[in-house]
Design a protein around this ligand. Structure first.
Ligand code: ARG
Length: 478
């Protein structure tokens, strides 16, 4: 048991209490960020004359060597330390001696963990955004390829009106574009640096918080030191954004599962992303889609846990906040895996165009258009609605589609039907005439695709990425 405190204590910590209190098992994920934050802090202490050049140099070199050793496997993070911060500091002191004991000047683990977690989260937001973008790129390719692939559009899971596959996928493109916007908003909002807030009330040392904020790629320091050490809003926002991403993936998964079923047969998931049954040899199951749908609840759970953890915590830092990590890491990992797998599953899936088109043609999805046709011939819409309703009923009895009827048969329902009805209610016409903004008609869809392309042109992660390149591992130091 190696700890950062002890002077005030006479007795030993109970073993169970020690283990219960420790966070090294999970906060070692913050190792890289802990080193980065510490290097920035040391450089600032040097600039402010709180550390000598020699001391700061030793600290930065020491931290850089610890970073390198952990990454090459020469140094292993073990649970003899309470947390990642203690691990780094103890190893630093072991390597460089007394200078290492000065690193924590003007710093508390409260602002230290706050900055570590923010840096870590910012990196993960960027990672998630990259996955989201990859999914949107795949969707856009499919949208371009299927502008003319007709399929039934549904309401109440009943065939409603014909749309195109391009249009249907475009709906998901919109959802994921909003998700990207949410990530961008929250990433910009959270990009302030809590380092220098101390335990809760700042410090008496003349720290330059703007300097550390800049070194770490933040827009500036946080404004209130008590808020700095106890704010977890940005994590809650991120988990909310991840929950919404998962909700979208889950809806999409549900559709893939339906489409891949024997009854629909709209798609076939590639072998790489399906699994078999141990007993039923004919089965090819959509497990990946089902798991994405299933894991959505897990991410919601992570969000709920953090909301509940935070709701009763008085200012400022309280140890409950250590509970912000495991759930958050779980949500980030889960969403990232789901995005990656889902994207590949969609990219490699076969879309059965003929089955989709046949399904649209056999589901009276042109009934609204047939009514509109009669309206065009002067029949009031309400009457046209009734006429087509009776016509559909008769088609159901005959097991045929509206356009399978002969003109004579149609005329029995209304003498306004003429030869041009067949073209008017063909699937192709039904889709092509839907040209309002956002509708599936070719021209409207091409405009939507162009706007989608435009939305992909912006890469808001660049400013966060660049920063992390220059910071990475403090390699830029001596
Ligand atoms: N492991 C702690 C956490 O994750 C680090 C901060 C500890 N601060 C303290 N005052 N004990 O929250």
């Amino acid at each position: 048991m190696a700890q950062l405190w002890g002077g005030r204590f006479e007795g030993e910590t109970d073993r169970l209490a020690w283990a219960f209190n420790a966070s090294i098992g999970f906060d070692q994920r913050l190792f890289k960020e802990d080193i980065e934050g510490s290097i920035a802090h040391a450089k600032m202490l040097q600039k402010q004359g709180i550390l000598t050049d020699e001391e700061a140099g030793k600290i930065v070199r020491g931290l850089t060597s610890i970073y390198a050793d952990v990454y090459t496997g020469g140094l292993v993070v073990t649970d003899q330390y309470e947390d990642v911060h203690s691990f780094v500091e103890a190893n630093l002191i072991e390597r460089i001696g007394d200078a290492g004991k000065k690193l924590h000047t003007g710093r508390s683990r409260n602002d230290q963990v706050a900055v570590d977690m923010r840096l870590y989260t910012r990196n993960r937001i960027v990672d998630i955004e990259h996955r989201l973008r990859a999914l949107r790129v795949v969707l856009l390719d499919l949208m371009r390829a299927h502008v003319d692939t007709i399929m039934p559009g549904f309401t109440h899971l009943q065939k409603a009106q014909p749309v195109t596959l391009s249009h249907h996928l475009g709906a998901y493109f919109e959802m994921f574009t909003r998700d990207s916007g949410r990530l961008k908003d929250l990433c910009n909002r959270m990009n302030v640096c809590p380092l220098g807030a101390g335990a809760l009330a700042g410090t008496t040392y003349p720290l330059d918080r703007d300097f550390t904020a800049t070194l770490l790629g933040f827009d500036g320091p946080t404004r209130n030191s008590m808020d700095s050490v106890s704010d977890r809003d940005y994590l809650i926002e991120f988990l909310s954004a991840l929950s919404i991403i998962m909700m979208h993936l889950s809806r999409f998964s549900e559709e893939v599962i339906l489409w891949n079923s024997n009854e629909y047969g709209f798609v076939e998931i590639s072998d790489a992303y399906s699994t078999g049954s141990s007993i039923m040899p004919q089965k090819k199951n959509p497990d990946i889609a089902e798991l994405v749908r299933g894991k959505t609840g897990r991410v919601y759970g992570d969000l709920m846990q953090l909301l509940v953890t935070m709701k009763g915590i008085p200012l400022a830092y309280n140890k409950d906040m250590q509970e912000d990590k495991e759930g958050a890491f779980d949500a980030m990992d889960t969403a990232e895996h789901c995005l990656t797998l889902f994207t590949e599953m969609i990219r490699t899936m076969t879309f059965k165009k003929e089955v989709m088109e046949r399904s649209a043609a056999r589901g009276f999805t042109n009934a609204t258009d047939a009514a509109d046709y009669l309206v065009g011939k002067g029949v009031p819409f309400r009457d046209a609605h009734g006429i087509i309703g009776r016509l559909v009923l008769s088609c159901i009895e005959k097991n045929c589609a509206i356009d399978d009827m002969t003109l004579d048969e149609l005329k029995r329902f209304s003498d306004c039907f003429e030869e041009d009805v067949f073209d008017a209610v063909s699937m192709k016409t039904c889709v092509e005439r839907r040209l309002t903004t956002g509708a599936p008609g070719r021209e409207a869809m091409l405009a939507e695709i162009a706007a989608s392309e435009e939305s992909l042109r912006e890469d808001w992660t660049e400013r966060f990425d660049q920063d992390s390149d220059t910071r990475r591992g403090g390699e830029n130091d001596e």
